[in-house]
Design a protein around this ligand. Structure first.
Ligand SMILES: [Zn+2]
Length: 551
């Protein structure tokens, strides 16, 4: 049987707590956790007398902050189903078995109780009319934005599967009331199955009713958040990481056939989508991540069965690996500040996901700049990197925990990391599925974060064979679909796909374009004498950050 944990985010609940607990049906839960948000009354004393598992905040954090601790504590204590129940007796605790029934039946990842779906009469039950109307209006607007059809999106009676909470970056949400909306909107737009359950409700005098000004702030924040996620991810189901449509290069029926087993599905029938533009041996500089040989590539082929795009390299994988080992790339640090900012964005994204500990392992860490940033964000960060120069430079310059190694000769014990990070590495590997399978046991329940080129980006579709990310050291090109399949066959589940907001200073771009586009570089250099603006190249959508959890 799954372990059911009821969490109670409490603030000044001394008067209603006993009644709430008393009404929870026997055997409805295996454990009760109360998180007290520094209540000035006797909430903690009452909870202690009732034998609850208690977490006390030394300072008041707010309703969202309270829930963050409710959920991390429940996850830490091995909960399979986590229930949110307000200890202010606003929601009927007798509804808990009804609430978790769809989850137990395997039909939902998240449920919430609706006070407007048929059972009872909320206004007759004491809900103020302005609150009733406000709720119905904002729910209607949020439905419109998210493409959902719920009747009550502001319910505080909720239940989640463990997997659902692990898939959402709930630690990054607000500490305030709109935490509820952020979590629901993310669940809906990230492919979680959300089910509404009718529940009775009533307003009693003890129930916490937030003040009008705070209500308005809550409504504004909630609507803004829904607008933002629907703009980024599309309406419900349409663009969640799992289901959005593939618009990358389409297979040409007439194209040249290449016999080569697909790394993902094993199918041997591959077609040349874009012919090679490169000739001869790979130059040492093509191994750098600041290479100027952009858009210079071997034959780009696509599997006729699963659609995975790869390149048909003219050199052996051993030669490529030797190239990475000998790689020296001093120009990588020209944009150190920009890279640090970007890595800070990664570290912030990462911090949204609940993990047991803070052990971070980076594969292909280059000189260790991200390790340095991650360490400042509280991670015990270490990394491996094939380039001897990069390892020596990183250890010397930043004092990071960095060793020479590749994912192929990885020798790490199982469950040694809470987070594995792999930035712009997967597309360079001969066997991406095999590499991810090797990383899978390191993680237990942790988080895999990777970034890779997105062949489904607008830029890639417009530029076709001259897309700059078609380079000779890239052996694979992923779309959300094919990467989802790669992750899935390695034992992972993709929970997020986001465009990486990279930007570079014009001076840096000009310097890098000196050889390939000398005239453009001269013009750009002339501009930088007056100003050196940052170019938001991330808007092209070329690089995606992907978050995955073990299945
Ligand atoms: Zn295939």
């Amino acid at each position: 049987m799954p372990k059911v944990v009821i969490t109670l985010p409490a603030y000044k609940a001394e008067g209603t707590l006993a009644k709430t607990i008393g009404d929870i049906p026997a055997r409805a839960a295996d454990e009760l956790i109360l998180v007290d948000d520094a209540s000035p009354d006797h909430t903690v004393k009452v909870a202690r007398e009732m034998g609850l598992h208690i977490v006390v905040h030394p300072e008041n954090r707010g309703y969202g902050g309270n829930q963050k601790n409710c959920y991390t504590e429940a996850l830490r204590r091995g909960a399979d189903i986590i229930v949110l129940l307000h200890p202010d007796y606003q929601y009927d605790p007798k509804a808990v078995p009804l609430l978790i029934a769809p989850i137990l039946a395997g039909d939902a990842d998240m449920t919430f109780g609706s006070r407007f779906a048929g059972l009872g009469d909320p206004v007759g039950g004491g809900m103020p009319l302005y609150r009733y109307l406000g709720n119905r209006t904002t729910t209607a607007l949020e439905n419109l934005m998210l493409g959902s059809r719920f009747t009550d999106m502001h319910s505080g009676l909720r239940a989640y599967t463990r997997q659902c909470l692990l898939s959402l970056p709930f630690l990054s949400y607000t500490e305030d009331f709109s935490f509820d909306t952020q979590l629901l909107a993310d669940a809906v737009t990230r492919g979680q199955r959300v089910v509404e359950v009718p529940i009775p409700t009533r307003y009693t005098r003890e129930s916490s009713s937030i003040a009008v000004s705070r209500s308005l702030k809550y409504v504004a924040e909630s609507l803004l958040y829904c607008a933002r996620v629907s703009a980024i991810r599309g309406r419900r189901g349409k663009r969640s990481p799992v289901t959005r449509g593939d618009r990358s290069a389409k297979l040409l029926a007439s194209a040249r056939v290449v016999e080569r087993p697909c790394a993902l599905c094993g199918n041997r029938d591959q077609r040349v989508v874009y012919g090679a533009t490169a000739t001869g041996a790979i130059l040492p500089e093509e191994y750098r991540c600041t290479t100027e040989a952009l858009g210079v590539h071997d034959d780009i082929i696509q599997c006729s069965k699963c659609g995975l795009l790869s390149s048909l390299p003219t050199v052996s994988y051993d030669e490529l690996i030797d190239g990475y080992k000998l790689m020296v790339d001093e120009s990588y640090l020209l944009e150190e500040r920009g890279r640090r900012e970007l890595f800070g964005w990664f570290a912030d994204a990462l911090a949204g996901y609940a993990t047991r500990g803070k052990r971070l392992l980076e594969i292909g860490a280059n000189v260790g700049l991200f390790l340095d940033v991650a360490r400042a964000h509280g991670w015990q960060a270490r990394g491996i990197e094939p380039s001897k120069w990069a390892v020596e430079f990183g250890v010397e310059q930043y004092g990071v925990d960095l060793e020479m190694g590749t994912v192929e000769d990885l020798n790490e014990p199982d469950r040694c990391a809470d987070v594995v990070v792999m930035m712009d590495v997967l597309e360079h590997l001969a066997d991406p599925v095999g590499a991810l399978r090797r990383l899978r046991p390191l993680l237990d329940e942790g988080v895999l974060v990777l970034s890779t080129v997105n062949v489904n980006s607008i830029h890639a579709r417009v530029r076709r064979e001259s897309w700059p990310w078609f380079i000779r050291s890239h052996l694979y090109y992923f779309s959300p679909e094919t990467l989802g399949q790669v992750l899935s066959s390695a034992g992972f589940r993709m929970v997020d796909w986001e465009t990486v907001p990279r930007s570079f200073h014009l001076s840096y771009v000009a310097q890098r374009a000196t050889k390939s586009h000398p005239r453009l570089a001269r013009v750009a250099n002339a501009i930088t004498r007056a100003a050196d603006p940052e170019l938001p190249v991330g808007m092209l959508g070329d690089i995606a950050m992907v978050v995955a959890r073990p299945r």
